[in-house]
Design a protein around this ligand. Structure first.
Ligand code: MF3
Ligand code: CO
Length: 248
């Protein structure tokens, strides 16, 4: 069932989303050459607790960390470690926070040092795909319109779209109905309605769209080991469009 959020729930989802946004802002200056991904995890964990929230991912299906840090060929769900970030790394940071029972979920991708032309195309194209997907959100449009817009943008940048992982509804659970695919579907999927809250999260690859799961059973990597990027916002469907809950 796709739930329509009450005004009270929307207030809590705004608050949770804002905590996720603030955690991204807080973390950004630390995402530099030499820092371990475990340190980023620890900094985010402590920051989220200070906002009277809890990290949504920690313990979710036994996920072992508070945020996901996915480097280069890692697409999503990367597990932080003693690995030190190096020049040229493409680092996706995915953060979820739960405030008074409601979640926010957002991801962003960073480059360590100067990007190559390909890295820049990957990151610019994936970020643009997120915002193009969001532009397709308004009551009366379908979930499938989002994926269509993402796919179009990926094509423009000559990037491939990961199909195995999708966006999702957000609320009292981190993952709710509906699925929000990043590709077009024959049946256009459920109708968007005012008061729905969804996370849109394109994962785009520089090479092939195919992915595999690492031995840790979490980390998703590209089949050809070429880099991937991931941008995500949680948004509320409004009367005539959408409101980003995990932004400014
Ligand atoms: N934004 C990611 C997702 O929606 C968060 C993964 S949560 C994890 O799938 F706990 F499963 F890692
Ligand atoms: Co998500």
């Amino acid at each position: 069932m796709i739930t329509i959020k009450t005004p009270r729930e929307i207030e809590l989802l705004r608050k949770a989303g804002n905590i996720v946004y603030k955690t991204h802002q807080y973390l950004q200056p630390f995402i530099k050459e030499g820092i371990t991904t475990d340190k980023l995890n620890e900094l985010a964990h402590n920051f989220i607790l200070k906002q009277d929230a809890t990290p949504s991912f920690l313990g979710y299906n036994n996920y072992p960390k508070s945020i996901c840090v996915s480097v280069n060929e890692q697409v999503v769900h990367g597990i932080s470690s003693s690995y030190k970030l190096r020049k040229g790394d493409i680092v996706s940071i995915d953060i979820g926070a739960c405030y008074q029972g409601y979640h926010g979920d957002s991801a962003w991708t960073y480059i360590i040092g100067e990007p190559t032309n390909d890295a820049k195309r990957l990151m610019d194209g994936t970020k643009e795909a997120l915002y193009e997907g969001l532009k397709a959100i308004k009551p009366g449009n379908h979930i499938g319109d989002i994926g269509l817009a993402v796919e179009k943008c990926a094509k423009k940048y000559n990037l491939s779209v990961v199909r195995e992982l999708v966006g999702h509804g957000v609320g009292a659970a981190l993952h709710e109905e509906p699925d929000v695919p990043n590709f077009s579907m024959k049946n256009k999927g459920p109708l968007l309605k005012e008061g729905m809250v969804i996370a849109v999260e394109p994962m785009l690859n520089l090479g092939s769209r195919h992915v595999v799961v690492e031995d840790d059973d979490w980390t998703i990597i590209t089949y050809d080991r070429k880099p991937s990027a991931h941008y995500e916002h949680t948004v509320l469907v409004t009367k005539d469009g959408y409101e980003i809950l995990t932004g400014e």
